[in-house]
Design a protein around this ligand. Structure first.
Ligand SMILES: C=C(O[C@H]1C=CC=C(C(=O)O)[C@@H]1O)C(=O)O
Length: 426
């Protein structure tokens, strides 16, 4: 049966009004535009890596989800919206046509909502192609005009202080978790701590995005519904039946000169503690993807991934999809991986809830986008912070704790992982 518009009466726009079929038009631009300078300074919506990506303005549709079924509900709702949408795509590249940006919470019980958001205009660029997508609801008579670029607002700096989990509390949580791992209660848990601050009223929220994208060009720089950051970890990317993931777990700080840096990378690649931590993460991704794929490839040995602030152990996974799962279905299955929760997952989640005093919100959840066919790009929401409407900002960083973990070393590791956000806001 063709999708019926009245089925969508439960959908509401950001203004709270019912909406119906989306009309979408992508046209080519003759020159690529700077994505960040075209964003709304108070509400940037961005997904970008190495200068390519998409920049959204306004809201055609904003949907909120919560609870244990948030991913599945969002995936199902999106199927219906996409099936009903009227899409004209004159460019047909990665990121063209109907797109929803999304951010999903880490915990089922989070008080924060998970969101799918369709902007009213999206400027994109990818491998030389440049485009604008305009989106309107049936209630609108016209598409919005192409957003104009604007200069960045004044500089600002803010200092972040310990949030709900102090450094001392983090150290004792790590000691407690390590002891419980040593007794065999579980194999690995990822514990995180938070920093909080306040952004000045009227601050141009594109500023930290400029810093993150220049400082961490190989990471996914994102801003979705107030969550922003630069994640090195691809949770899943799917396009035309092929899926990719980059699994990260195992970390060491960069050396202070070339020689020390090389020693650090070798120490990481040969550390039993880090290799063990990585093995849990890669196994969780491989086992979860298996039912969705006809073919799964990964390198036997992880490689050392160099970022400006640290080295990670990394494994790239490539899969041929065998069914009709969308990228969001795959996210639903993969989350939470052992890189952000632990092993076994239920025990790790219980220990996180016990040890961490606060709600992780969307940190360590999934952030990214999907298109009308369900293809999309999703990262694990790491190296990030959430800005709320009352201008508070909360950043998180965590570490995989295994039997050989040392509380001081893990605390130092969170300091390194906070660097991108601290530098971008400081
Ligand atoms: C949980 C975080 O990182 C994860 C991803 C890569 C390496 C990790 C580690 O070595 O502990 C963590 O599993 C974080 O950055 O907050």
């Amino acid at each position: 049966m063709p999708p019926c518009v009245t089925e969508y009466s439960y959908l509401v726009t950001s203004s709270g009004h019912p909406t119906s079929q989306l009309r979408v038009h992508t046209t080519a631009l003759s020159v690529p535009l700077n994505l960040i300078s075209h964003l709304d300074p108070s509400d940037p919506q961005l997904w970008m890596r190495e200068g390519n990506g998409i920049a959204g303005n306004g809201t055609a549709l904003r949907l909120e989800f919560s609870g244990p079924t948030r991913f599945r509900d969002a995936a199902e709702t999106w199927r219906r919206i996409a099936a009903a949408a009227h899409v004209t795509d004159e460019v047909r590249a990665t990121g063209t046509g109907l797109i929803a940006l999304g951010t999903f919470t880490f915990a089922d019980a989070s008080a924060t909502t998970s969101v799918l958001r369709v902007p009213r205009t999206i400027i994109g660029r990818s491998d030389g192609a440049a485009w604008v997508t305009r989106i309107r609801t049936a209630d609108d008579t016209e598409f919005d005009p192409l957003p104009t670029a604007s200069a960045l607002g004044s500089e600002y700096r803010l200092s972040l202080r310990a949030g709900q989990m102090s450094p001392d509390a983090f150290r004792s949580a790590v000691a407690d978790a390590t002891a419980r791992i040593q007794t065999g209660e579980l194999s690995k848990v990822v514990l995180a701590r938070d920093l909080v601050g306040r952004v000045p009223v009227g601050a141009d929220l594109r500023r930290p995005l400029v810093d993150l994208s220049l400082g961490y060009p190989s990471c996914w720089t994102f801003a979705v519904d107030g969550l922003f950051g630069a994640s090195p970890e691809t949770l899943i990317r799917s396009e035309n039946g092929v899926a990719n993931a980059r699994v990260l777990a195992g970390t060491i700080s960069r050396g202070s000169d070339g020689e020390r840096d090389e020693i650090a990378s070798i120490a990481l690649a040969t550390s039993d503690k880090n290799l063990g931590e990585h093995e849990f993460a890669i196994r969780s991704v491989r086992e979860t993807l298996a039912p969705f794929v006809s073919d799964l490839e990964w390198s036997e040995q992880p490689f050392a991934l160099k970022l400006p602030n640290l080295w990670h152990l990394a494994t790239d996974v490539r899969a041929t999809l065998s069914g009709s799962a969308t990228s969001l279905d795959l996210v639903a299955a993969l989350h939470p991986t052992a890189a952000v929760a632990g092993t076994p997952t239920p025990d790790a989640l219980r220990l996180i809830a016990e040890c961490e005093p606060g709600d992780r919100g969307r940190y360590a959840g999934a952030v990214g986008w999907l298109n009308a066919t369900g293809d999309g790009q999703w990262a694990v929401a790491l190296r990030c912070a959430q800005i709320t409407p009352n201008n508070t900002v909360t950043a998180w960083a965590g570490c995989g704790i295994v039997a050989g973990s040392d509380p001081d070393a893990e605390l130092a590791e969170t300091d390194i992982k906070f660097r991108p956000i601290i530098d971008a806001l400081g």
